[in-house]
Ligand binder design. Structure first.
Ligand SMILES: [Zn+2]
Ligand SMILES: [Zn+2]
Length: 423
């Protein structure tokens, strides 16, 4: 009998099959944590050699940010995700690593509009993990672009550290679940404001939860979305592309492309279309009867209007919350969240917008001040990484890690020279 031993602890990914499922990037940070090493160490010494791919190997061993910048791909469905699944599965001797990514959704939706490029989190989830003495980890659902809110706590996901105001990549050399990767500030907290239920999008949290479950757990045939779209255009809109385009709120040519399968409908559109048909994703794929009852009248007249009509109470409430809680949102971000035009906001709510703009600019200013401190920390880290590799921390090598041209700025160059008295 031969016993297979894993190179790394075979810790279990959390919440497999549930809406709470962990992301692969989170799993990697927990692996690093369990072995008391950094994500950077695990990347350089274990993952990169296994991948034996120059593009990752070089970047990871030099320590550049290139790889970390695009680390969201680890949780996706492309080649990077496949490579990481294979390596992590072999390092941990586990067969369930795939479930922490979006590989099931390949062929269903395009890359565009699928994943956020940076790190987002729900402070309530972190806090709940901590207080219930469960493992603190990051959820796969937080990485999806159209998912602005936590599926459990119904609060807006955050992407800025409250302490140093940094935004982060999905994976960083020193990532730790629940903590800022730059200043190590705890990112969890209880939500104290009034509940912001349903202010942000028309889909309820329940329907988003069901959507997420089906989206990540079911397996889909290629072209299934285009077949379903064709089916519903025939069945519910008498085969009229014009009527269907009006109803769904997309241009005829866009809808035509999705129907013919020349383009894949992005995730946001898929959520939108299924919710307007009042169907679950699985029912939509199986082409079950849609619950919508349409009279010709509704299709022709009222719906195009409904499409542009905005719920101003919700917008107003939201602006109020943003102002009172000083959430550092820009107007464009708010417009995106509220699914409306930026212009509409500035024209209809000039006073609110002015205040929001001031808050936002203030936060940008704080961010700028903190940036100096963070950059110095980055220089420290780079010197440390290089010395650990037995490499002399020259200006060129440091810049390969922290970004080219950084040491052109005098204050940073001075700082680097101070840390290297032998220069
Ligand atoms: Zn949450
Ligand atoms: Zn921070």
């Amino acid at each position: 009998m031969s016993l297979q031993r894993s190179c790394l602890y075979s810790i279990e990914p959390i919440g497999i099959g549930s809406v709470d499922v962990e992301s692969l990037s989170s799993y990697i940070t927990r692996l690093a944590d369990a072995h008391c090493i950094t994500v950077g160490d695990i990347m350089t010494h274990l993952i990169a050699p296994e991948l034996r791919k120059k593009y990752i190997n070089n970047i990871v061993s030099i320590g550049g940010n290139g790889f970390y910048k695009s680390s969201s791909a680890i949780n996706g469905y492309g080649i990077t995700a496949e490579d990481f699944i294979e390596v992590i599965a072999s390092l941990t001797c586990r067969k369930d690593i795939r479930e922490t990514t979006l590989v099931n959704c390949r062929g269903l939706v395009p890359f565009r509009g699928l994943q956020k490029s940076g790190r987002y989190w729900c402070p309530s989830c972190f806090q709940a993990d901590l207080e219930s003495k469960q493992t603190v980890y990051e959820r796969l659902s937080w990485t999806l672009q159209p998912f602005y809110k936590c599926l459990i706590h119904d609060r807006v996901l955050e992407n800025t550290c409250p302490n140093c105001k940094s935004c982060m990549y999905i994976l960083e050399r020193k990532s730790i679940p629940g903590y800022c990767a730059k200043c190590y500030y705890w990112l969890g907290n209880h939500y104290l404001g009034e509940r912001r239920v349903d202010i942000y999008c028309r889909n309820t949290n329940d329907s988003m939860r069901v959507f997420f479950s089906e989206f990540t757990n079911l397996s889909f045939e290629r072209d299934c979305v285009s077949h379903s779209i064709s089916f519903y255009i025939e069945k519910n809109f008498e085969g009229s592309l014009t009527k269907a385009a009006d109803f769904f709120g997309y241009s005829k040519s866009t809808l035509w492309g999705w129907k013919e399968g020349t383009n894949l409908a992005p995730l946001k559109a898929l959520i939108d279309i299924t919710s307007k048909l009042q169907l679950n994703l699985s029912s939509f794929i199986k082409m079950e009867k849609s619950g919508i009852i349409l009279t010709d009248n509704r299709i022709n007249k009222s719906l195009p209007f409904e499409r542009v009509k905005k719920d101003h109470n919700k917008i107003k409430d939201f602006l109020k919350i943003v102002i009172t809680e000083k959430i550092p949102y820009s107007l464009s971000e708010i417009a995106k969240l509220m699914e409306c035009d930026r212009k509409l906001l500035t024209q209809r709510y000039p006073n609110e917008c002015r205040q929001i703009k001031t808050n936002y600019l203030n936060s940008v200013e704080v961010k700028k001040q903190n940036k100096g401190e963070i950059m110095k920390k980055n220089i420290d880290n780079a010197i440390y990484t290089l010395k650990k590799q037995g490499t002399y921390p020259t200006r060129r090598r440091i810049e390969q890690i922290i970004g080219s041209g950084v040491l052109r700025e005098k204050k940073y160059r001075n700082y680097w020279e101070e840390q290297n008295p032998s220069m």
